[in-house]
Design a protein around this ligand. Structure first.
Ligand code: ZN
Length: 159
């Protein structure tokens, strides 16, 4: 799977592997572009540089938490918060049909980016063939946000 985090607006080194110490992660994100994006203490959101749909955003936690395989139950609130931010950004960009959206994560090792990032795509009905394949729900390389939350909730606290 191709690298899909924007390389331009983000000042962080996303090539670091997930075992790198969290302190070494550069939190500063520079956000640009015509769309509404946001950054707060916990979560940042920006446009994907290779949009797979008219609206395609990436929601990332500011703190480095690894990828969705390294998450567990305690990360459920974070994942939910990321989904909320994604919905908020869609609505602020006038996407009103929240049934025609896709929220999901690339499942390792099919994503070369080790920093957890939620893909938010809309409208699904306008996604091309390749995008549908790349962001296919519940394939073995892409997991829907809802499903990840369910999966994490069923995990034990300590794995
Ligand atoms: Zn991805």
């Amino acid at each position: 799977m191709a690298e899909d985090l924007p390389s331009q607006p983000v000042q962080a080194d996303t090539t670091k592997d997930s075992s790198a110490p969290a302190e070494g992660y550069d939190k500063k994100l520079v956000i640009s572009g015509p769309c509404y994006v946001l950054q707060d203490e916990d979560i940042s959101c920006f446009r994907d540089i290779k949009p797979g749909a008219p609206h395609h955003y990436l929601v990332v936690p500011t703190k480095h938490v690894g990828n969705c395989k390294s998450l567990n139950k305690e990360h459920v609130p974070l994942v939910k918060q990321m989904v909320d931010v994604g919905k908020d950004v869609l609505q602020k960009n006038n996407v009103t049909d929240l049934a025609d959206v896709r929220f999901g994560f690339h499942w390792p090792p099919f994503c070369s980016v080790s920093h957890l990032h939620l893909h938010v795509l809309a409208p699904v009905s306008q996604m091309g063939f390749m995008s549908r394949l790349f962001y296919r729900l519940n394939s073995y390389w892409f997991v829907a946000a809802d499903q990840l939350i369910e999966l994490l909730s069923s995990k034990g606290e300590t794995n």
